[in-house]
Design a protein around this ligand. Structure first.
Ligand SMILES: Cc1cn([C@H]2C[C@H](O)[C@@H](COP(=O)(O)OP(=O)(O)O[C@H]3O[C@@H](C)C(=O)[C@@H](O)[C@H]3O)O2)c(=O)[nH]c1=O
Length: 178
């Protein structure tokens, strides 16, 4: 397992160790002691989620206000471009975004600490997206930063994504955080 820091403070790319043999492959996708140490966190995961989305679907950019969720995300089938935006005003990387490709072939994971905005777009026919969360889903606490905010300037690989009604009504960074 290899863990690499990204351009957004606290967001880490995890490359798990994959054991391949004539039967297929095996990997550990979570092991509490090791992940706590390697990610430098002291948090428990309390919810696991799985979503399936078609090509060009963009989910995000989501965050929870008073109950922020840390997320350990990965792709089981297909490929996505996964994005995190730093919305922590006290952070040295406030306003910055980072994007990584997560796919069934690279088997990478991304650690998104509590308090950041997260989303992804599907760049394969479909994608199965799985993630662990450090707090419970709470729709009353949910916020949505608009995917194409010009101030944030995310370089998405899809220019006209498919969005939920909720995500199409996401708010501007300036409206939310200044
Ligand atoms: C996220 C979530 C949704 N739901 C329900 C609410 C709704 O009826 C349906 C679909 O919800 P959404 O449209 O919000 O699902 P989705 O757009 O997949 O939301 C997710 O997006 C990614 C980018 C994240 O980072 C996640 O934390 C989460 O916000 O599922 C739950 O019951 N529990 C959950 O934890």
């Amino acid at each position: 397992m290899k863990v690499t820091d990204t351009d957004v403070i606290g967001v880490k790319l995890v490359e798990p160790k994959v054991f391949g043999d004539e039967r297929g492959f095996f990997l550990e996708t979570f092991q509490q002691d090791r992940y706590r140490e390697m990610l430098d966190i002291d948090l428990d995961f309390v919810q696991d989620n799985h979503s399936r989305s078609s090509r060009n679907v963009l989910r995000g950019l989501h965050f929870q206000t008073s109950k922020p969720q840390g997320k350990l995300v990965r792709v089981v089938r297909g490929e996505v471009f996964d994005v995190v935006v730093d919305i922590r005003p006290e952070s040295a990387t406030f306003g910055k975004w980072v994007g990584v490709h997560l796919s069934e072939s690279n088997k990478n994971q991304l650690w998104v600490p509590p308090g950041l905005a997260h989303g992804f777009v599907v760049i394969s026919d479909f994608a199965d997206f799985e993630y662990k969360c450090t707090d419970y889903y709470d729709p009353k606490n949910e916020g949505c930063l608009i995917w194409n905010d010009p101030e944030v300037g995310i370089q998405w690989p899809v220019k006209t994504p498919l969005l939920s009604e909720k995500d199409a009504k996401g708010k501007l960074f300036g409206e939310l955080f200044k």
